[in-house]
Ligand binder design. Structure first.
Ligand code: ADP
Ligand code: MG
Length: 346
């Protein structure tokens, strides 16, 4: 199957509205998005487009996220990633607005794709008589270093290895079992608070790292009925559901970054570039494909399986409707349209 690039246009923020920014992005229905500004006029087609008014629930139900959760339970490697400029709504889409504050609990209507998927997963687990074993790992890639967001204490870098059977994997990453919604949501919040963020002009809580939360779903092997004993124990299935919150793409000059911030911006941009490069090579017909340079960044190594191999991927391109974001918006939409042509074999 192909990834289903979905587009989400956020509303104008208060600041954008107050300074009179024009809305240059409009959804035309049927998956079409129209961008119109002085010298640009373009229409893009996607499997789904969510306009400024779309609720978090509408995005969960309309993006295919529920099906992705079910596929993970069936043993597939599933990935959802949000990408787009800083401040375009990636974290909001994945986690909702209050992920960064621990003072108030998030209103249920505003919960993001992650919490909705956890609920769905736990409901399924309960309806199957709890024969699913669930565990979570949470990593960030910051300046090309992998850090475990679940391990207490000061962050330390974990090595990324490759093996024939496992592909790329992170050595010594913590994997924590959970059985309730409260438990996994609390892991998510703890981990998110350890993420590297820093304030700059575009977004006060801008994420400076790529974060990957992976849920491992293992079907516990059943006690074999007598007839199955000859065939050996029932094989257990293991699926994964990985949520990727990419750091925003942005130009150093627009964010007013300097010093340490520009080192960050460069490594963020380098891995996003590597990701874009892999996606555009994967989009070529199978026969014409050359080598896919997954090794160019940690991000592409970790996503190799879901992008090109046996995974199923849902991509959410997040964009701002503001005229000031026009060039980033066009580049996000081009990126997403290219990803439409990638196919995988789960
Ligand atoms: P990113 O993670 O892409 O940098 P955020 O998710 O932090 O961006 O969003 C930037 C700001 O816009 C936040 O204040 C967020 O609450 C707001 N926002 C984003 N998407 C929406 C939306 N769909 N509806 C309302 N507010 C949104
Ligand atoms: Mg973010």
């Amino acid at each position: 199957p192909r990834p289903h690039p979905t587009v989400r246009v956020r509303p104008l923020t208060g600041t954008e509205a107050r300074r009179g920014d024009q809305r240059v992005v409009h959804s035309l229905g049927d998956g079409a998005v129209h961008v119109s500004a002085a010298r640009h006029d373009a229409t893009f087609g996607f499997s789904a487009v969510f306009d400024a008014g779309a609720s978090q629930e509408a995005v969960f139900e309309g993006s295919g996220m529920r099906q992705l959760v079910e596929l993970a339970i069936d043993g597939f490697s599933c990935t959802v990633f949000a990408f787009g400029q800083t401040g375009s709504g990636k974290t909001y889409t994945l986690m909702g607005p209050l992920a960064q504050s621990d003072t108030q609990p998030a209103s249920p209507a505003l919960l993001g794709l992650m919490q909705r998927s956890f609920t769905c997963l736990l409901e399924q687990s309960r309806s199957r008589g709890s024969d699913l074993a669930l565990s979570a790992s949470y990593l960030e890639i910051y300046n090309e270093q992998i850090r475990d967001l679940l391990s207490p204490g000061p962050p330390c870098a974990l090595p990324l290895r490759w093996s024939k059977t496992r592909g790329f994997y992170v050595e010594n990453q913590l994997s924590v079992e959970f059985e309730s919604l409260e438990a996994i949501v609390s892991l998510l919040l703890q981990g998110s608070q350890r993420r590297r963020t820093s304030a700059h002009a575009l977004n006060r809580h801008s994420s400076r790292s790529h974060a990957l939360l992976t849920i491992h779903v293992r079907s516990r092997a059943h006690h074999s009925p007598a007839w199955a004993l000859q065939a050996g124990p029932c094989p257990s299935k293991q699926g994964t559901l990985c949520f990727v919150d990419l750091a925003g793409s942005e130009r150093v000059k627009e964010t007013g970054s300097s010093g340490e911030l520009s080192v960050e911006a460069n490594s963020i941009n380098r891995s996003l570039l590597a990701l874009g490069h892999c996606i555009s090579l994967l989009a070529k017909p199978r026969g014409k494909r050359t080598h896919i340079p997954y090794r160019d960044s940690k991000l592409t190594r970790l996503l190799a399986r879901s992008l090109g191999g046996s995974g199923i991927t849902l991509m959410v391109a997040c964009i701002s409707p503001s005229s000031r974001c026009l060039s980033e918006t066009l580049s996000t939409l081009h990126y997403a349209s290219r990803a439409r042509r990638v196919t995988t074999r789960p």
